[in-house]
Structure formats: C-alpha cells, structure tokens
Write a protein that binds this ligand. Structure first.
Ligand code: ZN
Ligand code: ZN
Length: 190
C-alpha cells in the first residue's frame, strides 16, 4: 500500500488547494496521506481545528499530524506526531518522557542519534522516519540496525507541494515499514 506520512500543508492555502491534494494523490497512486503542519504555540485553537477539519473533509484516506520542535509541550488530539530535532544529540534522557511518536529525518539539521537511545525507542515505541528528501545512502546501515531492533520506520517525503507527495517511495521501499505496521503502532486510535 503506497503511503506518505510527511506531507506539509498550508493551512492558509487558497480554495483550489483541496482538489490539488486529491488530484495528485490519485496521480501518484497514494492510498494514504499523513499531513503535517509545523506546530508552534502561536497557532490558535481555531487554526488547529480548521486544519483537522480540512484533512477530514478530503476525499482520500488522510490523517492530520503535527511536526513539533519542542517535545515537551504540544496539543493532543492529532493522529500522529513527528519530532523535528535540530542541533542536538538525541539520547535516552531526551526521549524518556515520549511515547508513540516518530523522529523525523534522522541526522538532518545537525541532529544525531546516540546508540544509547535505541532501547528507549523500543520500550516507548518511538519510530524513526525514512525521509526521502533527506535520504543519503550512508543511512542504510543505520536503518538496517534499527529495523533489527524492531523500531517502526514510517515513510515520509517531506513534500511541500501536492506534486511532491510520495516522492522516493518506490526507491526506498526496502527500508521503511509497511503502512499496516505504521497504522498499528504510530497512528492514535480514534
Ligand atoms: Zn522537519
Ligand atoms: Zn517536515
């Protein structure tokens, strides 16, 4: 099943935007789309609600997620959460209070993952994204290692336009987890 769990959407987009997501989902054979917006505390409750309503009203199987920078404070009620870390070494302590979330684009934006954090990822069901926009072949060994540990690896393209949705899915399909696993482990029950 072709899916993409990292598609950025502009909550201030114009009228025709919705049709474009539906159109390109069909064009790119995508069966499931996980949308995200960059969360910051200045976004109003109304904007968050409008975003969720927009995703729900699409005529495609779609989920509403948040990409968050500060894992200590973010609103509940979304389908999934991506963690955007930058300039930090992710270790066991940093992850200890988190559960059922996904670390986006590992080793991008100056972040790295310390081996000490792997057991806590397993214990707290923290996934690590396979992000096609930030992929490098040097990451293959890392993904093989975490897959062996049983860590969930959702696919995400980091698309910022509807056309880019699903980009890199076929090329990287040997790395990431099938959607059924992502659904079971990462998506919140509603
Ligand atoms: Zn990001
Ligand atoms: Zn992103």
């Amino acid at each position: 099943m072709k899916y993409d769990m990292h598609v950025h959407i502009n909550i201030h987009g114009d009228e025709g935007e919705m049709e474009r997501y539906e159109y390109f989902a069909k064009m790119n054979n995508l069966e499931v789309i996980g949308f995200v917006i960059h969360y910051n505390p200045k976004i109003s409750r109304k904007e968050l609600r409008d975003y969720r309503d927009f995703v729900e009203s699409l005529n495609i199987r779609a989920y509403a997620g948040l990409e968050i920078y500060h894992p200590s404070r973010y609103p509940g009620g979304f389908d999934f959460y991506l963690l955007h870390f930058s300039n930090v070494v992710v270790d066991a302590e940093l992850l200890s209070s988190l559960r059922d979330v996904v670390i986006a684009h590992p080793f991008a934006y100056g972040m790295s993952i310390d081996a000490s954090s792997l057991p806590i990822m397993v214990k707290n069901n923290i996934g690590v994204e396979c992000n096609s926009a930030h992929f490098a072949s040097s990451l293959r060994k890392f993904y093989t290692d975490i897959k062996r540990e049983g860590i969930c690896i959702p696919f995400g393209s980091d698309a910022h336009t509807p056309e880019e949705m699903g980009e890199g899915f076929e090329e990287l399909s040997s790395i990431f987890s099938p959607f059924e696993e992502v659904e079971r482990r990462i998506l919140k029950k509603r």
